[in-house]
Design a protein around this ligand. Structure first.
Ligand SMILES: C[S@@+](CC[C@H](N)C(=O)[O-])C[C@H]1O[C@@H](n2cnc3c(N)ncnc32)[C@H](O)[C@@H]1O
Length: 218
């Protein structure tokens, strides 16, 4: 029988999923949506998105060029919203579009089989960043691309503020970390990040420092 902590966790998961789109509506209008458009314009081939959430990226995918789309998401309440959005957009998504339960560190695909990986606002939340990056490196095709939009650790006073807020933020934002040096982790994990720009998430505050662009396997 589920204990009270597990029940509370599941109730918070449902609340988080319900609040996600309303909370992001302002940043999406302020530039996050445009950044998704720019980032995803080049999506093609067999595509795998980790932490697809409520499906915020679906409306920003190009209407041609995708062969298949695999949407991996661990949270059941997020997945329900995602599946609904997939159904609503079935006429413009590839026929082979699937929503599956799963984590970035254990992807249900063969080595070197994914042409385009998509990770937007996810690598901050994976429990083990190096393990997730190793898995992305395993599944990406030799000439594949990893499209990234991720908030990361900043510098100076921003980093000091992030360190102070991080313990509470982790709890409120379901494991999200403010102080990750994701570029260094990607470089160490076998990706070339020279086409990944430093960026600022609109309305981000302590989640402002960000990365935006395309990493490639080295
Ligand atoms: C901030 S939301 C981002 C959702 C979506 N990618 C977007 O751009 O709006 C983070 C998502 O990552 C998912 N997530 C958390 N841990 C994960 C993991 N280990 N592997 C894959 N996804 C994860 C969460 O359930 C959540 O849906």
């Amino acid at each position: 029988m589920a204990g009270p902590v597990a029940r509370l966790g599941r109730a918070y998961d449902r609340l988080f999923a319900a609040a996600y789109d309303p909370v992001l509506a302002g940043p999406e209008r302020a530039g996050l949506g445009r950044a998704r458009d720019t980032l995803l314009a080049g999506v093609s081939g067999d595509v795998l998105e980790i932490g697809a959430g409520t499906g915020a990226n679906l409306a920003h995918l190009p209407s041609a060029g995708l062969t298949s789309l695999l949407l991996v998401e661990p949270s059941a309440p997020m997945r329900r919203r995602l599946a609904r959005r997939v159904r609503e957009r079935a006429d413009v998504l590839p026929g082979d579009t699937r929503v599956v339960a799963g984590h970035a560190a254990a992807l249900p695909v063969e080595d070197g089989s994914v042409d385009t990986l998509v990770s937007t606002l996810v690598l901050c939340s994976v429990p083990d960043l190096a393990a997730a990056i190793a898995e992305l490196r395993r599944v990406i095709a030799p000439d594949g691309r990893l499209l990234l939009l991720e908030h990361v650790a900043g510098h100076g006073r921003t980093r000091t503020l992030q360190r102070a807020v991080d313990p509470a933020w982790r709890v409120v934002a379901r494991g999200c970390r403010l102080v990750r040096d994701t570029r260094t982790a990607l470089d160490r994990g076998g990706f070339d990040t020279s086409d990944v720009a430093d960026w600022t998430l609109p309305g981000g505050g302590f989640t402002g420092p960000a990365l935006l662009g395309t990493a490639r396997p080295r």
